[in-house]
Write a protein that binds this ligand. Sequence first.
Ligand code: DGL
Length: 273
Amino acid sequence: MPDCRSIGVFDSGLGGLSVVKELICALPGEDIIYFGDTGRVPYGTRSFETIEKYARQDEAFLLSQNVKLIIAACGTVSAVAPHTGRELPVPFIEVVNPAAAAAVKATKSGRIGVIGTTATIKSGSYTKCMKSLNSQIEVIANDCPIFVPLVEAGWIERDNCVTIETAKRYLKPMIDGNVDTLILGCTHYPVLKDIIADIMGDNVVLINTGEQAAITAAQYLFDHDMLGNKSDVGQKHFFVSDRTDSFSHTASILLGSDITGSVERVDIDRIGG
Ligand code: DGL
């Protein structure tokens, strides 16, 4: 029997839309409920305890919407607090393991770069995961805290000189380290992938966390007979914890369609974790 409940996706802000975009391609008939915690973004500069608390509240909100599966479309939550998702009564997909596995598969030289938020890089999660798959892999990691505010502010054009200069500085260790594969370990970063690709050059494979998580979720739903099997295009509903207008504007650009009428504000502090 088809499972017509929605897929729940959350992030601290806009970044998780990189997962939604890929989900729409892979599973166009599925309904999606997205929560972006725009009132509390960024997560990546916060303590592990705070990230864990926020993750539990975001997951509780999505559960209250009767979703069939939850995707932590947030590298920071996936790296620091994946245990919160494993305790849920619905299946949970995070972004670290799928991206790490894709990077290990893609590398030829064994030199992999990973960029992410400060909390993600500090957790060492990507490195641990890749080394568990292949202990010979060499990992060069760097945190890029200013990328998230740049994306949230909509400074995402390929010729934005502030974003380009910021990216050059953050990516220098990757170029100096001669990586052949680079994990965009925060879901905000695929939004900047053209700028990052221009700097890294054609010979470096970029691993899009959003894409890998969407593939994993689609496979899970297929394997467990949980697809909605709808023939029409799925409904998308977006919730944020602060102003809807700025989110609607940038989200519409990122998703390539006007979502203004489907964005609602929710008081996340009233949701128990
Ligand atoms: N997009 C999130 C991540 O993947 C969160 C970034 C942040 O809020 O700092 O890490």
